[in-house]
Write a protein that binds this ligand. Structure first.
Ligand code: GLV
Ligand code: MN
Length: 219
C-alpha cells in the first residue's frame, strides 16, 4: 500500500475512534419515533416499538410538583425516563426532579449509562463527583445554577441550607440507571458476605451488620 494510502487509513481510523467515543451515549435512532411497548415480550437493546401512538406517549406531568421528602434521606428523586414517557425510547434523553428537605441528601450514586446535568430550581445544594483517581470536584450551587456529573462517576447532592431545595436533572440516556453505592454494597439481594465488607472498609462485623440492617429494604 502506498504511503499516502496508509496516511488516509490512519486518518479514517482516528476519526472513527473519535466519533465512537464522542457518541458513546445511547445508540443513535434509525427512525423518527419508536414509542416503547413495555408489555412486549421482545427483548432487544431498548424496547420494541408500539404501533398505535399519540401525543400522550411523549407527555408526563409527574415532575410538576415537589415530592414528599419525609423519608430516611430527606430527599426524593422522581424520574421521567422511558418507563414513564414511553416516547423516549431510542431518543437518548430523560429527566428527573430531586426535592430535598433542609439537611436532605441524595446519597452517593452513579448512572452507568448517562452523564447528568442538574439545574437548581429552588434553594442551594452542595454537590460533588469523584473521579476514578479519587479526586473530588465539589461546589455549592444556587437557584438558577447548573452542575455536571460525568457518566459513571460517583456523585451526590446535599441541602445544607435552612430551606427546602429542588433540582431538575437531565440525562443523555432514555434509562440512565442509578446505583446507590451504600445500597449496592450493604443492601443487595442476596447480600454481599460480611468478610468482603469488613475487609473492604477495614471495620468489624458488628459495624457491617449495623449498616446492613439500617439500609435493608423496608418490608
Ligand atoms: C441526581 O443526581 C439524580 O440522579 O437525580
Ligand atoms: Mn445522579
Amino acid at each position: 500500500m502506498a504511503a499516502s494510502n496508509y496516511g488516509l487509513m490512519i486518518g479514517v481510523m482516528m476519526i472513527s475512534i473519535f466519533l465512537a467515543s464522542y457518541t458513546s451515549a445511547d445508540p443513535d435512532l434509525l427512525q423518527d419515533v419508536c414509542v416503547a411497548d413495555l408489555s412486549s415480550g421482545v427483548k432487544l437493546n431498548g424496547f420494541a416499538c408500539k404501533s398505535n401512538i399519540s401525543a400522550d406517549d411523549f407527555f408526563f406531568a409527574g415532575l410538576a410538583k415537589p415530592a414528599s421528602t419525609n423519608n430516611t434521606f430527606g430527599a426524593t428523586v422522581s424520574v421521567a425516563n422511558v418507563n414513564q414517557i414511553n416516547g423516549l425510547n431510542t431518543l437518548g434523553v430523560s429527566m428527573g426532579r430531586v426535592d430535598y428537605a433542609p439537611g436532605g441528601i441524595n446519597p452517593p450514586h452513579t448512572h452507568p449509562r448517562a452523564t447528568e446535568i442538574v439545574f437548581v430550581l429552588e434553594g442551594e445544594l452542595d454537590v460533588g463527583f469523584i473521579t476514578t483517581e479519587n479526586k473530588l470536584f465539589s461546589k455549592t450551587i444556587k437557584k438558577g445554577e447548573i452542575f455536571t456529573f460525568p457518566r459513571g462517576l460517583i456523585h451526590y447532592q446535599i441541602n445544607n441550607g435552612k430551606v427546602p431545595a429542588a433540582a431538575i436533572a437531565a440525562f443523555n440516556s432514555q434509562l440512565p440507571g442509578t446505583q446507590r453505592v451504600a445500597n449496592a454494597l450493604f443492601a443487595s439481594s442476596p447480600t454481599v458476605e460480611d468478610v468482603v465488607l469488613t475487609k473492604a472498609f477495614q471495620v468489624g462485623t458488628k459495624e457491617v451488620e449495623k449498616i446492613k440492617s439500617r439500609l435493608a429494604p423496608k418490608k
